[in-house]
Design a protein around this ligand. Structure first.
Ligand code: G6P
Length: 487
C-alpha cells in the first residue's frame, strides 16, 4: 500500500475479475477461471482504484450499475470495475482471432499453428484504442499508474503513452515470450514490439522470457539495448525489461479456518465418486486448453495402469477442465479428442463401479477445487508450455497437512521455483507414468519434507511480492522523473 499512497491506479485486462449474471433469484456473481485474475485481484483489493475489463462473461449489461461501473468484491466494495462491452465483431477479431488464434499459439510452443488474419489485426488495433481511450477517460491525474495485463493489449502501452506521456505504465505479459525466429512469423511483429515499448516497465515471469524479448527487439527494431541494466531505449523512451515471477495470495488463517479438515475432504470426494477410503486419487485442474498437456497426462495414466496393474481398481485420475474459448475450432476438436481418449481408457481399464479417469468438463468454484486438492494424493500439472502456472501453487497452499505430491512440467515457469516437485517432461509418457508411480508410493516423511519446503517458498514469494516488486520499480522510475522535471 505504501508505494501507492496518493497515486491513481488503473488496471486493464481482457478478462473481468467478477462475472455478474442474472439468476432466478437475482444477480449471481462468479469468478472466472484465469491465472491472471487469481493473481491480480488480491493486489487490486489491496490498492483499490479502477479495473477496466471486457464485460465478456457478464452477458446482461443491465445487471451492473449505471455507467458500466460496479463496486467489487460484492459486499466489500474495495475497487471499481469498469466494463467495456465489445460488439460480436470486435470480440471475434480481437479476442478469438488475433489474441487467441494468433498470439496465444505464437507465444506457446504447443505445436498449434498461429493464424493471422488482416481483419482480426484491424479489430485488435481498434479494441486496443478503445481501451486506451477508456484509460485516458478514467485518469484524474496526468501521471496515473497503469497496470496493463497480457497479450490482448500489446499496443496499449504506446497508445496510452501518446495521450498521457507522464503515466507510469507497468505491463505484464502473463504468457511465455518465444525466441526471435518463432516470433518473427507474426506479420505485425514490428507494431507489436513498438506498442509494448510504450511501457515504463515490461514484466515477464522468467529471465528466459526477458532474454527472448530483448533478442526479438534486437532482431527486428532499431532500438538501443543496454544489456547490463536490462533496458531498451526506443524513440527517447526507456523500458525496463525485468522478470517478476507471479504467484498467488497465500490463504489467511481466516480462510483456512473455513476449509473442511483433510480427512473430511478425502471422504467427501471418494464418496462422491463411489470409492472407498483407501482409493488413491490424482487430480488435474486446468482450463480446457491444448497448452496444458491434458492428453499427455491421460497417456501417462494409461501407461501407469498398463505397467503396474496393481493400481487398476485402486487409483483414479480426476481431471477438472473448465471450458474455455470453445467457439474456436481448435479448442472444440481438442475437447472432443480428450473425451474420446478418456472413454477409451475407461473402457480398457474400467469396471463396474470403477473409472480410471473422471473428466469433469465444467467450471468449478474455488471452494470445490480446494476440497479436491485436499483430497488427492497427487496433483498433476503437465503443461506443454506455460508462463508460470498457478494451479501448482494453489495445490501447495491447500495442503496445510503437508502431504500430497506435486508432479510438475519442466516447461511451466513454476518449475524453476519448485524443484521439490517431481519435475517431468510431459512429452515423455514413460517418465510421467513413473512419476505417478513414484508419487503413489512416496513415503509420508518424504512428502512432508518436499511439501513443507514448497509451502515455505510459495508463502514467501506470494502475489504481493510480485506486485510489490513491480510497483517499487515503477515508484523508483516516477521518482527519477520527478527529480529530472525539477532540474
Ligand atoms: C491465461 C491468460 C489470461 C486469461 C486466462 C483465461 O491465463 O494469460 O489472460 O484470462 O488464460 O483465458 P480466457 O481467454 O478465458 O480469459
Amino acid at each position: 500500500r505504501t508505494t501507492l499512497r496518493g497515486d491513481q491506479v488503473i488496471v486493464v485486462s481482457n478478462r473481468e475479475p467478477y462475472i455478474h449474471e442474472k439468476g432466478p433469484d437475482g444477480v449471481i456473481v462468479k469468478r472466472p477461471a484465469s491465472g491472471l485474475v487469481t493473481a491480480v485481484e488480491p493486489v487490486m483489493r489491496a490498492c483499490s482504484g479502477t479495473w477496466i475489463a471486457h464485460g465478456s462473461g457478464s452477458a446482461d449489461h443491465d445487471v451492473v450499475d449505471s455507467n458500466d461501473r460496479v463496486m467489487v468484491p460484492p459486499g466489500h466494495d474495495e475497487y471499481v470495475l469498469r466494463r467495456l462491452w465489445l460488439t460480436p465483431e470486435e470480440e471475434q477479431g480481437f479476442y478469438y482471432g488475433f489474441s487467441n488464434e494468433g498470439l496465444w499459439p505464437l507465444c506457446h510452443v504447443a505445436h498449434v499453428r498461429p493464424v493471422f488474419r488482416e481483419a482480426d489485426w484491424n479489430r485488435y488495433r481498434e479494441v486496443n484504442q478503445r481501451f486506451a481511450d477508456a484509460v485516458v477517460a478514467e485518469a484524474v491525474v496526468e501521471d496515473p499508474v497503469v497496470l496493463v495485463q497480457d497479450y490482448h493489449f500489446a499496443l496499449l502501452p504506446a497508445m496510452i503513452r501518446k495521450k498521457l506521456p507522464r503515466a507510469t505504465i507497468l505491463t505484464f505479459w502473463h504468457i511465455p515470450w518465444p525466441n526471435p525466429e518463432s516470433f518473427g512469423i507474426c506479420p505485425w511483429r514490428r507494431e507489436i514490439l513498438e506498442g509494448m515499448l510504450g511501457s515504463t516497465i515490461l514484466g515477464f515471469h522468467t529471465r528466459f522470457h526477458c532474454k527472448n524479448f530483448i533478442e526479438t527487439v534486437d532482431r527486428y527494431l532499431e532500438a538501443r539495448i543496454e544489456h547490463e541494466h536490462s533496458t531498451i531505449s526506443f524513440h527517447d523512451d526507456d523500458t525496463l525489461v525485468e522478470s517478476y515471477p507471479i504467484s498467488i495470495e497465500w490463504p489467511s488463517d481466516r480462510e483456512v479456518a473455513t476449509w473442511a479438515p483433510v480427512d473430511v475432504c478425502r471422504r467427501n470426494v471418494r464418496e462422491r465418486f463411489g470409492y472407498g477410503p483407501d482409493h488413491y486419487i490424482a487430480v488435474g485442474v486446468d482450463r480446457f486448453d491444448y497448452t496444458k498437456g491434458i492428453l499427455e497426462r491421460l497417456h501417462a495414466v494409461e501407461r501407469l495402469l498398463e505397467k503396474h496393474p496393481k493400481w487398476v481398481g485402486r487409483f483414479s485420475f480426476i481431471q477438472v477442465a473448465a471450458p474455455s474459448r470453445s467457439s474456436l475450432e481448435e479448442y472444440r476438436s481438442f475437447q472432443d479428442r480428450i473425451q474420446q481418449v478418456t472413454e477409451r481408457i475407461n473402457k480398457r481399464f474400467g469396471s463396474e463401479g470403477y473409472l480410471p479417469v473422471h473428466l469433469l468438463a465444467e467450471h468449478h468454484e474455488h471452494a470445490a477445487l480446494i476440497e479436491l486438492y485436499r483430497a488427492a494424493e497427487i496433483c498433476v500439472v503437465t503443461s506443454l508450455h506455460d508462463g508460470m502456472n498457478l494451479v501448482c501453487k494453489e495445490f501447495v497452499a491447500a495442503r496445510d497437512d503437508e502431504l500430497g505430491v506435486l508432479i510438475l512440467s519442466r516447461f511451466a515457469g513454476a518449475a524453476r521455483e519448485m524443484p521439490e516437485a517431481l519435475i517431468v517432461n510431459p512429452y515423455h509418457v514413460e517418465e510421467c507414468a513413473d512419476a505417478l508411480e513414484q508419487g503413489l508410493a512416496m513415503p509420508a516423511a518424504e512428502q512432508r519434507e518436499r511439501m513443507a519446503s514448497l509451502r515455505a517458498s510459495v508463502r514467501e514469494f506470494n502475489v504481493y511480492r510480485w506486485a510489490g516488486r513491480m510497483l517499487a520499480d515503477g515508484g523508483r522510475s516516477r521518482l527519477r522523473d520527478r527529480i529530472q522535471a525539477r532540474l
